[in-house]
Design a protein around this ligand. Structure first.
Ligand SMILES: Nc1nc2c(ncn2[C@@H]2O[C@H](COP(=O)(O)O)[C@@H](O)[C@H]2O)c(=O)[nH]1
Ligand SMILES: [Mn+2]
Length: 360
């Protein structure tokens, strides 16, 4: 019932495993899976659960629909001017009202559409670093000589509003029973927040691409890592709760690394029932946000903050992200990927190298 994907070489903090074990005791939880990026959170991140006849909104938390999208830019590697793009992006204010394009959209909190949000949410220009499966890359529509845009963001205040409403009205531990009004209302709002978050990533990609005068902005991949999704298994509907976990049943997904490491495009194996149809969504935190500044302040020079050893440029407004979202605060992405390859959960398609990370 509980499965932790881990090898002798990888590290998962015991507190996160304890958190996962506690959640697995909730009524109706059939399966609880800790993926290689498992780490502590309000509920553990990097986890996936399968339930029947009941759902638990607090497990997936407030950022309903958070996910990762990959977009084309049309820039050839050789033509992409990093310094020029950095200068343009430094002047971009994502909080500025988006445009007439969202005028007719009917969503609560729609003024937040097109904003990235704080913490580890980002938009990042990538070059294809290493190709492992050329055929798969062609199938996705990726040209190894071009530049791509990775966007990680969610439903902003909308998801938070939905979760707070359900926490106030219902007990987290009791969950919402299938067939109840609360279940139907939550799922209805949850599905809208998932759509909101997807649209948000598209608008962010459009704004960033326009800012650097890209001529193309096609969505190639998109995966949601915080959601509750129905899944038919042997004619019975189950509910997959993913908290910082990507679906294994939608085709190719991106597993994010950090702004100081590669990210990976992977192909999940078919029918990962034992893993609640999920794979890792990222590297996962090694350090909690608290304490990062103390650990890194004396080590980082001003120059290194702007451009790290991967030569990735950082654009930020909140100084705290320098430390709290530092590459050092995350686990080793190569280990996370290898653990999933060894477990036969994924095949690697390509790695992406970060060039510019925008966190404003
Ligand atoms: N390529 C980048 N990946 C990053 C960056 N900051 C964080 N991350 C990765 O994203 C996941 C997703 O986080 P979550 O909030 O949804 O749990 C995280 O585990 C990191 O591996 C970045 O700047 N660039
Ligand atoms: Mn996220």
């Amino acid at each position: 019932m509980i499965k932790i994907v881990k090898s002798e070489k990888s590290w998962i903090e015991s507190n996160a495993v304890d958190q996962l074990k506690k959640i697995s005791t909730l009524k109706g939880i059939i399966k609880a899976v800790g993926l290689p990026d498992l780490h502590i959170g309000k509920t553990p991140v990097g986890a996936s659960y399968m339930t029947k006849d009941i759902i638990y909104p607090h497990i997936i938390g407030n950022d309903i629909g958070c996910g990762i999208g990959l977009f084309s830019t049309g820039f050839k590697k050789t033509k992409f001017k990093i310094d020029k793009s950095v200068k343009k992006l430094e002047k971009l204010d994502m909080l500025e009202y988006t445009s007439d394009s969202i005028k007719n959209i009917d969503f609560p909190f729609k003024e937040k559409l097109g904003t990235i949000g704080s913490g580890n949410h980002f938009a990042e220009f990538e070059e294809v670093n290493k190709v492992y499966d050329e055929k798969a890359l062609n199938e996705i529509g990726i040209n190894k000589n071009e530049i791509y845009l990775l966007v990680h963001s969610g439903s902003r205040r909308y998801g938070e509003y939905i979760l707070n409403k359900y926490i106030k009205e219902y007990s987290c531990q009791n969950g919402l029973e299938l067939g109840s009004d609360a279940f139907n209302e939550y799922m209805n709002e949850h599905n809208k927040a998932v759509e909101f978050a997807k649209l948000n990533r598209e608008i962010i990609a459009h704004k960033i691409s326009s800012c650097v005068n890209s001529k193309e902005n096609k969505k190639l991949l998109d995966s949601v890592h915080n959601s509750i999704t129905p899944k038919k298994i042997q004619d019975e509907i189950h509910y997959i709760h993913r908290k910082g976990a990507s679906p294994s049943d939608i085709g190719y997904v991106v597993v994010a690394g950090s702004r100081g490491s590669n990210s990976y495009i992977v192909k999940p194996t078919d029918n990962l029932l034992d893993y609640a149809f999920s794979v890792s969504h990222g590297a996962g935190r090694k350090w909690s946000r608290f304490g990062c500044k103390e650990k890194l302040e004396k080590v980082y020079s001003k120059k290194y903050v702007r451009q790290n050893n991967m030569k990735c440029n950082l654009i930020y407004s909140d100084k705290n992200v320098i430390y709290e979202e530092a590459p050092e605060a995350y686990k080793n992405i190569e280990r996370v990927i290898q653990d999933m390859v060894d477990e036969k959960m994924i095949e690697v398609v390509a790695s992406l190298k970060p060039l510019i990370t925008y966190k404003k």
